[in-house]
Design a protein around this ligand. Structure first.
Ligand SMILES: [Zn+2]
Length: 378
C-alpha cells in the first residue's frame, strides 16, 4: 500500500511541473534531484542544442554484474502543450485525472514515475542487471531528443515506455514515415495570347495526384498527399506547382519501393506534359521504421514479465511512430504500453493500480533479463 502511495505522490509531483516540448529543464532538474537523493547517478547530455530544448536528455545508470545484460528504458519528459495553466492532478478512488482544465500528462509522466521508482528499487538488488534509464525531450513536438542519443554502453535490450494501450501490450513493429515533395516545372505563358506556348504545371501535378493510389494500400503501406500549391495568377499558365506527401510502412524496402513507383508515375506524366520535375525525399523530417522479429529474445523477456503480472500478453504492430523507431535502428527494441486512457485530452486518466503495475513490469523485465543472462542475450 505504501508503495502505491509513494508512486502516486511521485507521479503527482511530476505532472505539477510544466514541461511542454522544448521546455523540459524544470522536470529534468527534479528527476536528477530525486535520483541523487536515492543514490542513483545521472547526467544530462548535450542534445538540447540539437533540438532546441532547454534541457538535454537525462541519463541515469544503475550498474550491475559485468556478466549480466544491459537494459535501456526510455520515457519522454515532455507533455502536450497546456498553455500557462498548471496541471492539477486529482486522485479519487484510485483514479487520477486533471481538474478538467488541462491534460493530465500521464503521457508520459506515468512512465517517468514508474521508471524512477523502479530504478531506485533495482539499485538495491543484490543481483541486478545493468540499467540505463533515459528521460528524453521533445517526443510530442519538434525533433525527438531520443534521435540524438548516443552511448558507448553495449545495450542488449531496449524498452520504450509510452503509448496508451492496455498494459501487457508490446509493439514489435512501428510504421516508419518518409515525407516527400513533388515539384513540377512547366513553362509560363499568357493564358489567352499564347496558351499553346505554356506547359501547365498545375495540370501536370493534378494528373500525377489523380493517378496515385492514396490511403491504406497492400502490405501495410500508406500514402498521403497533404499539401498542394502552385500558380501565380488566373491569366498565366502556371510554370510551377508542388505538393507534399508521405509514405508509411514497416520496412525501408517497402517505403523505397513505393517511392520508386511514385517517381515512375511522375516521370511518365511529366514526359507527356513537357514538364520537368524534382521528387525530393525529406528524410530528416521522417522517422525510420521499427521491425523486430516475433522470435527475438526480447519478446520472450516481455512475455515472461507480463505473465508474472498475470496480464494478457499482446504483441502488436503499431500504426504510430514513436521513440522506439529510433532506438530500433541500434538496439533490439520493444515499445511497452503504459496504460491510461484518453491521452492528449482534458479527460485523460490513469489509475494508481496501473502506475504500480507499470513499475512491476519494469522490475520483472530486469529480473527476467538477469535470470536468463546468456540464454536471452544474442
Ligand atoms: Zn507519449
Amino acid at each position: 500500500m505504501k508503495k502505491t502511495k509513494d508512486i502516486t505522490e511521485l507521479f503527482c509531483k511530476l505532472v505539477e511541473i510544466p514541461s511542454p516540448s522544448g521546455m523540459e529543464l524544470a522536470v529534468a532538474t527534479y528527476i536528477q534531484a530525486f535520483l541523487q537523493k536515492n543514490n542513483v547517478v545521472s547526467c544530462t547530455d548535450e542534445t538540447g542544442s540539437h533540438n532546441k530544448s532547454n534541457s538535454g536528455n537525462v541519463i541515469a545508470k544503475v550498474s550491475g554484474g559485468s556478466d549480466l545484460p544491459f537494459l535501456l528504458f526510455v520515457a519522454h519528459m515532455d507533455t502536450v502543450e497546456v498553455g500557462d495553466i498548471a496541471i492539477k492532478p486529482v486522485v479519487r478512488d484510485g483514479m487520477i485525472k486533471s481538474d478538467g482544465q488541462t491534460v493530465l500528462g500521464a503521457d508520459n509522466k506515468g512512465s517517468v514515475a514508474a521508471l524512477l521508482s523502479a530504478l531506485v528499487e533495482i539499485a538495491e538488488w543484490e543481483v541486478r542487471p545493468n540499467v540505463l534509464a533515459l528521460f528524453t525531450t521533445r517526443e510530442e513536438a519538434g525533433e525527438m531528443g531520443v534521435s540524438f542519443f548516443e552511448t558507448s554502453e553495449k545495450i542488449d535490450f531496449a524498452f520504450c515506455i509510452d503509448g496508451a494501450g492496455a498494459q501487457g501490450t508490446f509493439s514489435h513493429k512501428a510504421l516508419g514515415q518518409l515525407p516527400f515533395k513533388i515539384e513540377i516545372f512547366g513553362t509560363s505563358s499568357h493564358s489567352a495570347l499564347a496558351p499553346e506556348k505554356g506547359r501547365n504545371a498545375i495540370s501536370a501535378l493534378s494528373h500525377v495526384i489523380s493517378q496515385l493510389s492514396l490511403g491504406k494500400l497492400a502490405n501495410n503501406v500508406y500514402v498521403n498527399i497533404g499539401t498542394i500549391s502552385g500558380g501565380q495568377s488566373v491569366n498565366t499558365v502556371p510554370d510551377y506547382a508542388s505538393c507534399e506527401g508521405e509514405i508509411r510502412a514497416y520496412t525501408n524496402q517497402a517505403i523505397q519501393k513505393k517511392l520508386q513507383e511514385i517517381r515512375a508515375q511522375v516521370n511518365d506524366v511529366c514526359e507527356r506534359f513537357g514538364c520537368h520535375y524534382h521528387l525530393t525525399e525529406c528524410r530528416n523530417e521522417g522517422v525510420p521504421p521499427m521491425s523486430v522479429s516475433k522470435n527475438s529474445p526480447i519478446v520472450a523477456l516481455a512475455y515472461e514479465a507480463t505473465e508474472k503480472l498475470r496480464l494478457p500478453f499482446k504483441l502488436v504492430a503499431a500504426k504510430f511512430s514513436c521513440e522506439a523507431n529510433y532506438l530500433a535502428q541500434k538496439y533490439m527494441t520493444l515499445n511497452v504500453s503504459r496504460g491510461g486512457l484518453n491521452q492528449h485530452t482534458k479527460i485523460e486518466s490513469i489509475t494508481t493500480e496501473e502506475l504500480t503495475a507499470l513499475k512491476e513490469m519494469i522490475l520483472n523485465l530486469c529480473e527476467a533479463a538477469a535470470k536468463h543472462q546468456g540464454k536471452y542475450v544474442t
